[in-house]
Write a protein of this length. Structure first.
Length: 86
């Protein structure tokens, strides 16, 4: 598995989910989830992996099942990995 690609996908999906849920800002997500703003920024930019506890807290605030979030990211990763190996 390409970890950098996985981090990018998780970050992009988190950012898109924030936008979908009423354009919630990072500050508000941080306030409601307890995840520091800097951590959210680094996850969304793909700079760092999302700790599972942070992902669980953010998904709860964003009204998203964490398993569904992870499954979606995994499907995208497999699709992109398959395209890159072709």
């Amino acid at each position: 598995m390409n970890i950098d690609l996985a981090n990018r996908i998780v970050g992009e999906n988190l950012r898109a989910l924030r936008a979908k849920r009423g354009h919630m800002g990072r500050d508000r997500l941080s306030e409601l989830s307890g995840v520091p703003v800097m951590t959210i920024r680094r996850i969304e930019s793909g700079e760092r992996a999302a700790p599972i506890t942070a992902l669980m807290a953010m998904c709860e605030v964003l009204d998203m099942d964490v398993k569904e979030f992870v499954d979606t990211a995994q499907k995208e990763l497999k699709k992109l990995a398959g395209e890159q190996s072709s």
